[in-house]
Design a protein around this ligand. Structure first.
Ligand code: SF4
Length: 369
Protein backbone atom coordinates (compact mmCIF):
# COMPACT_ATOMS: atom_id res chain seq x y z
CA UNK A 1 0.00 0.00 0.00
CA UNK A 2 1.17 3.49 -0.68
CA UNK A 3 1.37 6.79 1.10
CA UNK A 4 -1.80 8.37 -0.43
CA UNK A 5 -3.74 5.40 0.90
CA UNK A 6 -2.29 5.80 4.38
CA UNK A 7 -3.15 9.48 4.24
CA UNK A 8 -6.80 8.50 3.69
CA UNK A 9 -6.78 5.75 6.33
CA UNK A 10 -4.18 6.83 8.89
CA UNK A 11 -5.57 4.54 11.61
CA UNK A 12 -4.44 1.40 9.73
CA UNK A 13 -1.60 -0.53 11.33
CA UNK A 14 0.32 -0.29 8.05
CA UNK A 15 -0.04 3.49 8.19
CA UNK A 16 1.41 3.53 11.69
CA UNK A 17 4.37 1.55 10.42
CA UNK A 18 4.68 3.96 7.49
CA UNK A 19 5.00 6.86 9.93
CA UNK A 20 7.90 5.00 11.56
CA UNK A 21 9.49 4.28 8.18
CA UNK A 22 9.34 7.93 7.21
CA UNK A 23 12.03 8.39 9.83
CA UNK A 24 10.25 11.45 11.17
CA UNK A 25 10.64 12.28 14.81
CA UNK A 26 7.30 13.66 16.01
CA UNK A 27 8.94 15.76 18.69
CA UNK A 28 11.14 17.50 16.11
CA UNK A 29 8.22 17.87 13.72
CA UNK A 30 6.16 19.59 16.42
CA UNK A 31 9.06 21.74 17.61
CA UNK A 32 9.65 22.87 14.02
CA UNK A 33 5.97 23.74 13.56
CA UNK A 34 5.72 21.53 10.45
CA UNK A 35 2.52 21.78 8.33
CA UNK A 36 1.31 18.49 9.82
CA UNK A 37 0.93 20.27 13.18
CA UNK A 38 -1.50 22.82 11.78
CA UNK A 39 -3.33 20.08 9.89
CA UNK A 40 -3.48 18.06 13.13
CA UNK A 41 -5.09 20.98 14.95
CA UNK A 42 -7.53 21.52 12.10
CA UNK A 43 -8.31 17.82 12.17
CA UNK A 44 -9.43 18.03 15.80
CA UNK A 45 -11.14 21.39 15.28
CA UNK A 46 -13.15 20.04 12.35
CA UNK A 47 -14.02 16.92 14.33
CA UNK A 48 -15.44 19.06 17.15
CA UNK A 49 -17.12 21.61 14.92
CA UNK A 50 -18.36 19.57 11.97
CA UNK A 51 -18.17 15.90 12.97
CA UNK A 52 -15.70 14.95 10.24
CA UNK A 53 -11.94 15.21 9.71
CA UNK A 54 -11.31 15.57 5.99
CA UNK A 55 -9.53 18.78 5.03
CA UNK A 56 -11.71 21.63 3.82
CA UNK A 57 -8.83 22.58 1.51
CA UNK A 58 -7.34 19.18 0.52
CA UNK A 59 -5.02 20.61 -2.11
CA UNK A 60 -3.25 22.60 0.62
CA UNK A 61 -1.82 19.47 2.25
CA UNK A 62 0.61 16.81 1.09
CA UNK A 63 -0.12 13.14 1.75
CA UNK A 64 2.68 13.19 4.29
CA UNK A 65 1.04 16.09 6.17
CA UNK A 66 -2.24 14.19 6.23
CA UNK A 67 -0.60 11.01 7.48
CA UNK A 68 1.44 12.75 10.18
CA UNK A 69 -1.44 14.95 11.26
CA UNK A 70 -3.20 11.87 12.65
CA UNK A 71 -0.75 11.11 15.50
CA UNK A 72 -0.55 14.84 16.22
CA UNK A 73 -4.33 15.07 16.40
CA UNK A 74 -4.32 12.18 18.87
CA UNK A 75 -1.82 14.01 21.05
CA UNK A 76 -3.90 17.20 20.92
CA UNK A 77 -7.18 15.49 21.72
CA UNK A 78 -5.50 13.66 24.60
CA UNK A 79 -4.35 16.96 26.05
CA UNK A 80 -7.87 18.38 25.95
CA UNK A 81 -8.61 16.09 28.89
CA UNK A 82 -12.25 15.73 27.88
CA UNK A 83 -14.02 12.38 27.47
CA UNK A 84 -16.76 13.84 25.23
CA UNK A 85 -14.09 15.48 23.02
CA UNK A 86 -12.37 12.11 22.55
CA UNK A 87 -15.71 10.49 21.71
CA UNK A 88 -16.54 13.21 19.18
CA UNK A 89 -13.08 13.02 17.66
CA UNK A 90 -13.17 9.22 17.27
CA UNK A 91 -16.70 9.40 15.81
CA UNK A 92 -15.59 12.04 13.32
CA UNK A 93 -12.55 10.00 12.21
CA UNK A 94 -14.78 6.94 11.78
CA UNK A 95 -17.40 8.85 9.81
CA UNK A 96 -14.83 10.15 7.34
CA UNK A 97 -13.12 6.76 7.05
CA UNK A 98 -16.38 4.99 6.27
CA UNK A 99 -17.35 7.56 3.66
CA UNK A 100 -14.03 6.82 1.98
CA UNK A 101 -14.62 3.08 2.27
CA UNK A 102 -18.03 3.43 0.64
CA UNK A 103 -16.44 5.36 -2.22
CA UNK A 104 -13.66 2.77 -2.56
CA UNK A 105 -16.10 -0.13 -2.63
CA UNK A 106 -18.27 1.68 -5.18
CA UNK A 107 -15.21 2.33 -7.35
CA UNK A 108 -14.46 -1.40 -7.15
CA UNK A 109 -18.01 -2.12 -8.31
CA UNK A 110 -17.46 0.13 -11.29
CA UNK A 111 -14.25 -1.71 -12.16
CA UNK A 112 -12.07 1.37 -11.69
CA UNK A 113 -8.82 -0.50 -11.29
CA UNK A 114 -6.40 2.36 -11.88
CA UNK A 115 -7.49 5.55 -10.28
CA UNK A 116 -5.12 8.17 -8.93
CA UNK A 117 -6.58 7.64 -5.47
CA UNK A 118 -5.50 4.21 -4.15
CA UNK A 119 -8.31 2.23 -2.61
CA UNK A 120 -8.60 -0.08 0.31
CA UNK A 121 -10.47 -3.33 -0.27
CA UNK A 122 -12.87 -5.20 1.97
CA UNK A 123 -10.42 -7.97 2.88
CA UNK A 124 -7.86 -5.44 4.09
CA UNK A 125 -10.25 -3.46 6.26
CA UNK A 126 -11.84 -6.60 7.75
CA UNK A 127 -8.42 -8.02 8.56
CA UNK A 128 -7.32 -4.72 10.07
CA UNK A 129 -10.35 -4.69 12.37
CA UNK A 130 -10.01 -8.36 13.29
CA UNK A 131 -13.24 -9.25 11.53
CA UNK A 132 -11.95 -11.57 8.78
CA UNK A 133 -13.32 -14.72 10.38
CA UNK A 134 -16.59 -13.28 11.60
CA UNK A 135 -17.83 -11.25 8.61
CA UNK A 136 -18.20 -13.09 5.31
CA UNK A 137 -19.95 -12.44 2.05
CA UNK A 138 -23.34 -14.12 1.93
CA UNK A 139 -23.04 -17.48 0.19
CA UNK A 140 -26.11 -16.89 -1.98
CA UNK A 141 -24.80 -13.65 -3.47
CA UNK A 142 -21.12 -14.52 -3.87
CA UNK A 143 -19.99 -15.26 -7.41
CA UNK A 144 -22.95 -13.63 -9.10
CA UNK A 145 -20.75 -10.81 -10.44
CA UNK A 146 -17.52 -8.97 -9.76
CA UNK A 147 -19.41 -6.42 -7.72
CA UNK A 148 -19.17 -6.24 -3.95
CA UNK A 149 -21.90 -8.48 -2.50
CA UNK A 150 -25.11 -6.83 -1.34
CA UNK A 151 -25.42 -9.18 1.63
CA UNK A 152 -23.08 -10.43 4.30
CA UNK A 153 -23.18 -12.78 7.24
CA UNK A 154 -21.72 -11.88 10.59
CA UNK A 155 -21.32 -14.09 13.63
CA UNK A 156 -23.91 -13.41 16.32
CA UNK A 157 -21.23 -12.59 18.92
CA UNK A 158 -19.58 -9.96 16.73
CA UNK A 159 -22.97 -8.61 15.69
CA UNK A 160 -23.97 -8.13 19.32
CA UNK A 161 -20.66 -6.45 20.13
CA UNK A 162 -20.89 -4.01 17.26
CA UNK A 163 -24.56 -3.19 17.75
CA UNK A 164 -24.36 -2.64 21.51
CA UNK A 165 -25.70 0.85 22.07
CA UNK A 166 -27.12 1.09 18.51
CA UNK A 167 -30.42 2.91 18.31
CA UNK A 168 -33.36 1.50 16.40
CA UNK A 169 -35.42 -1.67 16.64
CA UNK A 170 -34.02 -2.93 13.36
CA UNK A 171 -30.75 -3.76 15.13
CA UNK A 172 -32.38 -5.95 17.78
CA UNK A 173 -31.45 -9.56 17.28
CA UNK A 174 -35.09 -10.68 17.48
CA UNK A 175 -35.77 -8.65 14.35
CA UNK A 176 -32.94 -10.19 12.31
CA UNK A 177 -32.61 -13.31 10.19
CA UNK A 178 -30.28 -15.60 12.16
CA UNK A 179 -29.06 -18.86 10.69
CA UNK A 180 -26.29 -21.16 11.89
CA UNK A 181 -25.02 -18.65 14.43
CA UNK A 182 -24.81 -15.90 11.81
CA UNK A 183 -26.85 -12.75 11.19
CA UNK A 184 -27.61 -11.65 7.65
CA UNK A 185 -26.89 -7.97 7.04
CA UNK A 186 -27.07 -5.67 4.04
CA UNK A 187 -24.02 -3.93 2.64
CA UNK A 188 -25.16 -0.54 4.03
CA UNK A 189 -25.51 -2.15 7.44
CA UNK A 190 -21.99 -3.53 7.20
CA UNK A 191 -20.76 0.05 6.75
CA UNK A 192 -22.62 1.10 9.92
CA UNK A 193 -20.95 -1.72 11.86
CA UNK A 194 -17.54 -0.92 10.37
CA UNK A 195 -18.01 2.65 11.54
CA UNK A 196 -18.52 1.44 15.08
CA UNK A 197 -15.47 -0.83 14.86
CA UNK A 198 -13.29 1.99 13.49
CA UNK A 199 -14.57 4.46 16.09
CA UNK A 200 -13.65 2.05 18.87
CA UNK A 201 -10.26 1.35 17.29
CA UNK A 202 -9.53 5.09 17.16
CA UNK A 203 -10.73 5.78 20.70
CA UNK A 204 -8.68 2.86 22.07
CA UNK A 205 -5.58 4.10 23.86
CA UNK A 206 -6.86 7.68 24.18
CA UNK A 207 -6.08 9.78 26.06
CA UNK A 208 -2.35 9.20 25.93
CA UNK A 209 -0.68 8.92 29.30
CA UNK A 210 2.45 10.80 30.31
CA UNK A 211 1.90 14.07 28.46
CA UNK A 212 2.68 17.04 30.68
CA UNK A 213 1.54 20.57 29.92
CA UNK A 214 4.35 22.98 29.17
CA UNK A 215 6.95 20.24 28.89
CA UNK A 216 8.68 18.34 26.10
CA UNK A 217 6.54 17.55 23.09
CA UNK A 218 3.58 19.45 24.53
CA UNK A 219 5.20 22.83 25.00
CA UNK A 220 5.21 23.93 21.32
CA UNK A 221 1.55 22.85 21.06
CA UNK A 222 0.31 25.35 23.65
CA UNK A 223 -1.21 27.81 21.19
CA UNK A 224 -2.94 25.02 19.20
CA UNK A 225 -4.26 23.64 22.47
CA UNK A 226 -5.46 27.09 23.49
CA UNK A 227 -7.46 27.37 20.26
CA UNK A 228 -9.08 24.00 20.80
CA UNK A 229 -9.82 24.68 24.46
CA UNK A 230 -11.48 27.93 23.51
CA UNK A 231 -13.81 26.01 21.19
CA UNK A 232 -14.60 23.51 23.92
CA UNK A 233 -15.09 26.06 26.65
CA UNK A 234 -17.61 28.12 24.78
CA UNK A 235 -20.35 26.98 27.03
CA UNK A 236 -22.65 29.71 28.02
CA UNK A 237 -24.00 30.67 31.37
CA UNK A 238 -27.56 30.83 30.07
CA UNK A 239 -30.12 28.57 31.67
CA UNK A 240 -32.17 26.11 29.69
CA UNK A 241 -34.03 27.87 26.89
CA UNK A 242 -37.07 26.18 25.40
CA UNK A 243 -38.74 28.82 23.32
CA UNK A 244 -38.65 29.49 19.57
CA UNK A 245 -39.34 32.99 18.34
CA UNK A 246 -37.47 33.90 15.19
CA UNK A 247 -38.15 37.63 15.56
CA UNK A 248 -35.81 37.65 18.54
CA UNK A 249 -32.98 35.61 17.04
CA UNK A 250 -29.60 37.38 17.02
CA UNK A 251 -28.55 38.85 13.66
CA UNK A 252 -25.83 36.24 13.09
CA UNK A 253 -28.38 33.41 13.24
CA UNK A 254 -30.98 35.30 11.22
CA UNK A 255 -28.35 35.99 8.54
CA UNK A 256 -27.47 32.29 8.34
CA UNK A 257 -31.13 31.35 8.11
CA UNK A 258 -31.71 33.84 5.32
CA UNK A 259 -28.65 32.62 3.48
CA UNK A 260 -29.95 29.03 3.65
CA UNK A 261 -33.42 30.19 2.59
CA UNK A 262 -31.85 31.87 -0.43
CA UNK A 263 -30.81 28.31 -1.31
CA UNK A 264 -27.14 29.03 -0.72
CA UNK A 265 -25.26 26.09 0.72
CA UNK A 266 -23.84 26.88 4.15
CA UNK A 267 -20.20 26.15 4.94
CA UNK A 268 -19.66 23.46 7.57
CA UNK A 269 -18.99 25.94 10.39
CA UNK A 270 -22.05 28.02 9.40
CA UNK A 271 -24.31 25.02 9.44
CA UNK A 272 -22.78 23.89 12.76
CA UNK A 273 -23.45 27.33 14.27
CA UNK A 274 -27.04 27.37 13.10
CA UNK A 275 -27.77 23.81 14.26
CA UNK A 276 -26.06 24.43 17.60
CA UNK A 277 -28.17 27.53 18.16
CA UNK A 278 -31.47 25.88 17.20
CA UNK A 279 -30.63 22.84 19.34
CA UNK A 280 -29.55 25.17 22.13
CA UNK A 281 -32.97 26.83 22.24
CA UNK A 282 -34.65 23.47 22.73
CA UNK A 283 -35.60 22.38 19.23
CA UNK A 284 -35.72 18.69 18.30
CA UNK A 285 -34.42 17.42 14.94
CA UNK A 286 -37.92 17.06 13.44
CA UNK A 287 -38.77 20.61 14.47
CA UNK A 288 -35.57 21.96 12.91
CA UNK A 289 -36.30 20.06 9.70
CA UNK A 290 -39.76 21.67 9.55
CA UNK A 291 -38.37 25.06 10.53
CA UNK A 292 -35.73 24.91 7.76
CA UNK A 293 -37.95 23.18 5.19
CA UNK A 294 -37.62 25.98 2.65
CA UNK A 295 -33.84 26.16 2.69
CA UNK A 296 -30.67 24.60 1.33
CA UNK A 297 -30.39 22.45 4.48
CA UNK A 298 -31.43 18.86 3.96
CA UNK A 299 -33.11 16.61 6.49
CA UNK A 300 -30.31 14.06 6.59
CA UNK A 301 -27.66 16.67 7.44
CA UNK A 302 -29.91 18.21 10.09
CA UNK A 303 -30.50 14.82 11.70
CA UNK A 304 -26.82 13.96 11.71
CA UNK A 305 -25.70 17.31 13.09
CA UNK A 306 -28.35 17.52 15.78
CA UNK A 307 -27.61 13.97 16.96
CA UNK A 308 -23.97 14.95 17.11
CA UNK A 309 -24.69 18.11 19.09
CA UNK A 310 -26.94 16.56 21.69
CA UNK A 311 -26.32 13.91 24.25
CA UNK A 312 -28.53 12.39 26.88
CA UNK A 313 -27.69 15.20 29.27
CA UNK A 314 -28.99 17.87 26.89
CA UNK A 315 -27.11 20.20 24.62
CA UNK A 316 -23.44 19.39 24.68
CA UNK A 317 -22.12 21.78 22.07
CA UNK A 318 -23.48 25.30 22.19
CA UNK A 319 -22.87 27.60 19.23
CA UNK A 320 -19.50 29.38 19.26
CA UNK A 321 -19.16 32.69 21.09
CA UNK A 322 -19.55 36.09 19.48
CA UNK A 323 -15.77 36.44 19.44
CA UNK A 324 -15.32 33.20 17.50
CA UNK A 325 -18.19 33.99 15.15
CA UNK A 326 -16.58 37.33 14.50
CA UNK A 327 -13.30 35.59 13.60
CA UNK A 328 -15.23 33.34 11.20
CA UNK A 329 -16.90 36.35 9.57
CA UNK A 330 -20.39 35.26 10.69
CA UNK A 331 -20.86 38.08 13.21
CA UNK A 332 -21.13 41.69 12.14
CA UNK A 333 -22.02 42.99 15.63
CA UNK A 334 -24.90 45.13 14.40
CA UNK A 335 -25.50 48.21 16.62
CA UNK A 336 -22.57 47.08 18.75
CA UNK A 337 -24.89 44.69 20.61
CA UNK A 338 -21.89 42.53 21.46
CA UNK A 339 -21.44 44.82 24.46
CA UNK A 340 -24.68 43.40 25.92
CA UNK A 341 -24.04 39.70 25.33
CA UNK A 342 -20.96 37.68 24.49
CA UNK A 343 -22.83 34.74 23.11
CA UNK A 344 -25.74 34.26 20.67
CA UNK A 345 -27.68 32.24 23.25
CA UNK A 346 -27.12 34.92 25.86
CA UNK A 347 -28.29 37.54 23.39
CA UNK A 348 -31.43 35.53 22.62
CA UNK A 349 -32.21 34.94 26.28
CA UNK A 350 -31.82 38.65 26.98
CA UNK A 351 -34.17 39.43 24.10
CA UNK A 352 -36.76 37.00 25.48
CA UNK A 353 -36.52 38.51 28.95
CA UNK A 354 -36.75 42.07 27.64
CA UNK A 355 -39.80 41.46 25.47
CA UNK A 356 -42.78 43.25 26.96
CA UNK A 357 -45.38 41.78 24.66
CA UNK A 358 -46.95 38.34 24.82
CA UNK A 359 -44.63 36.11 22.79
CA UNK A 360 -45.65 33.07 20.85
CA UNK A 361 -43.56 29.95 20.37
CA UNK A 362 -43.20 28.92 16.70
CA UNK A 363 -43.98 25.34 17.73
CA UNK A 364 -47.38 26.29 19.12
CA UNK A 365 -48.17 28.04 15.85
CA UNK A 366 -47.41 24.79 14.01
CA UNK A 367 -49.79 22.72 16.13
CA UNK A 368 -52.64 25.22 15.80
CA UNK A 369 -52.10 25.88 12.06
S1 SF4 B 1 -22.56 39.89 18.55
FE1 SF4 B 1 -22.96 37.75 18.97
S2 SF4 B 1 -25.15 37.55 18.90
FE2 SF4 B 1 -24.63 39.44 17.86
S3 SF4 B 1 -24.46 38.92 15.71
FE3 SF4 B 1 -22.45 38.77 16.62
S4 SF4 B 1 -22.29 36.62 17.18
FE4 SF4 B 1 -24.41 37.03 16.87
Amino acid sequence: MSSPLYARYPFLEAARQAVGELGVDLETLIADGAPAVERGRKRVERALMAGRVDAEDPEAWRDEDELLSYPIARILVSLLDSGPAIEKYAAAEAKTAVERLEADFAAGDDGLKSTTSPRVDRETILEELGLTDTVVADRETVGQSNREPEWFRISVGTYLQLTSGARGDEWRLVNRAVDGGEVRIRREELFVLLRTAIRRRIAAGLPFEGLTEGEGIVEPLESDLGELRRLLSERTVVGRIDFVNRDLFPPCIENLLQKAEDDIELAAYESFTLMAFLTGIGMEADEIIAFCAESSLNAETIRYQTAYLRDDRGTQYPPPSCETLSAYGICHNEDNHWKDAAHPLEYYQAQLEAADEELSDWREEQTTA
